[in-house]
Design a protein around this ligand. Structure first.
Ligand SMILES: C[S@@+](CC[C@H](N)C(=O)[O-])C[C@H]1O[C@@H](n2cnc3c(N)ncnc32)[C@H](O)[C@@H]1O
Length: 450
């Protein structure tokens, strides 16, 4: 470690900023946020600094302006002035930061993730500020906004917890249990009252945790297409009930010690019937566990998510749905074939090619429309019938079709064909599930990868 990390309490303390431009304004803003009394020395100020509650010295820098300050920041575009500030501050043993001149600094201003009262500071010792910023962006994305509210709540209850548990080990156990409880779940929903009630119940010895169920969309396969909310749910879950379409790389993002229950169809095995899946979800949530039902794509697009929500509601289980990127959106983006496009398609239809028991109840002929993109899920087996019906409904055999197998996954394959040759293409290429059929004139925009 090169520098000693330290957080400064600047509330009510004098800080000098030398410079009155945009760079100085960024520093002034941060200092005011930290409660500092800011004195700005600069012959002129940008409009933002001029309008802020600072003490302005309309002058060039002179060492006397360092009198009584705890920290100095040089933010001018004149290297000579910056050097003078650093030299004068060092002579007076005042910490000094010179923007973009690491060699002149005795103090570095880090990149910050602010979840007040939690503050995370990242520094590269001035060697790779862009990398430090990138790390900050990752943390910004991964640390939920409610983390600050959780820390503040814990702070408010510190005294009560200390009065309840005299031994340090007991207190620590309590705080650990709290972090695994539903308190954060309530804060994530923005319900501070429920979070406080939950904490109070825990404090009074009620350890019976209410389980919950989240139906989480895992997206099409590429783990980078998971939403932040999905990731957070995966990392909070005790049990993950997943189906065959969920990519292994997505499952790897879950908590290592979670229980994984596969309910999807595997080669040679039957999938778990829907009612049995619902029974598993209800059983686990009622046992006080945090259950994530992880589904490919979006839970509410051909995912039977609605049935699982109803099953949870019937048992009074707290249920939430976290959307995911559905196959049509993902395949469209990957192949750069838009689902709608001015002049080619002013509507789109997501439809399943999977037959219900008792026969095909989709009116394919009615779906044979111009100016429309059809995204057919689970359409491989019925592709010949679907193409015949669409052509009988009026679509030309030359209507372009793009078949996307394993969209967004490393093993992705695409086949550009037309309605007249659809079944033939699928048969010859031995296209396998999961695959999506995109049908309509928007497919003319498709360009083979070079
Ligand atoms: C049971 S449905 C589930 C759909 C999912 N809920 C969604 O929103 O994408 C399964 C079908 O979705 C389509 N599908 C899912 N993931 C896909 C992918 N990565 N590439 C192409 N099609 C996919 C296939 O048609 C597959 O047979």
């Amino acid at each position: 470690m090169h520098d000693f990390p330290l957080f400064l309490d600047l509330h009510g303390k004098d800080v000098l900023v030398v410079g009155g431009g945009a760079v100085a304004w960024r520093k002034v803003q941060a200092l005011l946020k930290a409660g500092a009394k800011v004195r700005v020395v600069a012959p002129s100020l940008c409009a933002e600094i001029a309008a802020s509650p600072i003490d302005h010295v309309s002058d060039v820098f002179e060492p006397k302006w360092l009198e009584g300050v705890w920290l100095a920041i040089a933010a001018t575009d004149d290297e000579l002035v910056n050097e003078q500030v650093a030299e004068a501050a060092n002579a007076r043993k005042i910490w000094v930061n010179v923007v973009d001149q690491r060699q002149l600094c005795s103090a570095i201003v880090p990149a910050v993730v602010d979840r007040k009262p939690i503050t995370i500071a990242i520094s590269s010792n001035g060697q790779a500020p862009v990398l430090a910023r990138r790390i900050r962006e990752r943390l910004e994305a991964e640390i939920p906004q409610w983390t600050g509210a959780l820390a503040a709540l814990m702070g408010r209850f510190r005294g009560k917890v200390a009065n309840t548990f005299s031994a340090f080990s007991e207190r620590r156990r309590f705080w650990e249990a709290l972090l695994d409880s539903n308190v954060s779940q309530q804060l994530a929903k923005g319900d501070e009252v429920a979070a406080e009630a939950e904490l109070t119940a825990l404090l009074s010895g009620d350890n019976s945790r209410q389980g919950w169920l989240k139906l989480v969309g895992a997206g099409p396969g590429d783990p980078d297409l998971l939403t932040l909310k999905s990731l957070q749910a995966l990392q909070a879950a005790d049990v993950i009930v997943y189906d065959r379409l969920v990519a292994k790389s997505v499952l790897e993002l879950a908590r290592r010690d979670a229980d994984f229950i596969s309910v999807g169809k595997e080669k040679g095995f039957h999938s778990v019937p829907q009612q049995e899946i619902e029974a598993i979800l209800v059983r686990e949530a009622k046992a006080g566990r945090r259950v994530v039902r992880l589904k490919g794509g979006d839970p509410f697009v051909f995912g039977r998510g609605g049935e699982e929500v109803l099953a949870a509601r019937a048992e009074n289980i707290d249920v939430e749905v976290v959307p995911g990127i559905t196959a049509a959106a993902a395949c469209s983006a990957r192949t750069q074939v838009p689902l709608t496009h001015r002049g080619l398609a002013n509507q789109m239809t997501l439809v399943t090619g999977h037959c219900q028991p008792g026969g095909d109840d989709t009116n394919w002929r009615a779906l044979a429309q111009q100016n429309s993109t059809l995204a057919v899920y689970m359409g491989l087996t019925q592709s010949s019938h679907i193409a015949d019906e669409l052509m009988a409904g009026g679509l030309a055999p030359s209507t372009p079709v793009l078949v996307v197998e394993n969209g967004t996954r490393p093993e992705e394959r695409r086949f550009r064909t037309d309605l007249g040759h659809l079944a033939d293409t699928i048969g010859k290429a031995q296209v396998k599930s999961p695959a999506l059929l995109m049908i309509g004139d928007t497919v003319t925009l498709y360009q083979e990868a070079k």
